[in-house]
Ligand binder design. Sequence first.
Ligand code: HEM
Length: 410
Amino acid sequence: MATQSDFSLSYTEIIDDPYPVYAAVQAADPIFWSETDQIWHVLGYAEVMQCALNPAIQPVVSSTDPLIARLANSSQEHEIIKVKQFFENWVSELSSHAHRRVRRALLRSLNPRQIAQWRPRIQALADELFASVANEAQFDFIKAIAFPLPIMVLAQLIGVPESDLYLIKRWSDEIIGFQADNQSVAALRRLYDAVLELEAYFEAIIESRRQNPSDDVISQVLQTGAVSDEELISNLGLFVIAGHETTTGLLGNGMLSLLRHPAQYERLLADDSVVTTAIEEFLRYESSTQFSGRIAAEAVEINGHQIAKGKRINLVWAAANRDPAQFDNPHDLDVARQNNKHLAFGNGAHYCLGAALSRLEAEIIFTTLLHRLPRLEFAVDPPLWVQSQQFRILTTLPVQLYQCPNKIYQ
Ligand code: HEM
């Protein structure tokens, strides 16, 4: 039986299957203080919701980042100021008025109505990717479909040439790399260079959109006049970081869930009108963002626990998504599940800005999969996960045509 001490931010042994540990810890204590992590872990659905909706519980900002705090007022001060500003402009780090202002401007191009207009373009990209594997007896679903689609879509959405995608990806990898391993000054220097290059790149694009507006995110946000160029550039960087691999996670985890539950796969093959609820179920069942950090800006009480001002809080969306108090049979995959109020996109003021986009991408990918490819099965099981507790994303998912002697799938 797992105990609180089995759940820690540095405990990578549970990456292959975190759910038994979540379930045991959640049943014992849906919210608890971890001495090891110096953080309040919140795993119960009701408790996670209370935290997400409480305005006194706010995002962790980069000024509390250990390296940034350590080097402030040092010889790296110039780099620190630049890098801090870059992070502090992220909508995900803002609170109250500033958050509402920037969020509203960004949402102008990411709301469900606007995103719906991208359907034909996303479908064309999906068709292209599926055509590339149509004659393959075996292929890697991540490499062929789940990884390329979200980044191709983001390129079109932001309005940059596809050939520049991997340049932007390199900068964003540098930014994520710093956040993941932020103890070295060398990493800070690389981050600073990446931020300068990203800024120079987008400054030129912004200038050209000012002269010739189009229907992309940059043009639409510029039209609001509500954010500065610096704020826009930071958040374009955030989109690439927040919107790429999370969506790869949704597509890959959805495919994995079908392969591991053949009866549910058959159900979708028989009736593709279930795709919409299936996608919500993939999001709930294998959430690509397992948790997000917060900080108590004031002392708060959650479910009888006193959380002191300044304490860190970890909202474990993925554990809440399997809470039996909220979901019937939470460990079963049910592609037709009703009333599925999962928290895979978070909740409250910071609810995911890319939710409509990734839902549309998933709908197009899974509908196209059901129509264009015969039934697939694992070529290799188990597949490989990214070695992160926070992000549940597959690095490979080799699949092959289903070897069923009695049935021909078209
Ligand atoms: C399946 C794909 C995705 C998942 C699972 C996901 C998950 C999340 C979660 C859990 C949050 C809340 C974080 C928190 O409260 O601390 C969030 C916020 C956010 N997401 Fe996503 N996301 C996905 C796709 C995207 C895409 C495609 C974009 C951009 C185009 C995006 C941009 C953002 C932004 C900007 C925020 C911060 C919003 C704010 O703070 O107001 N996400 N996402």
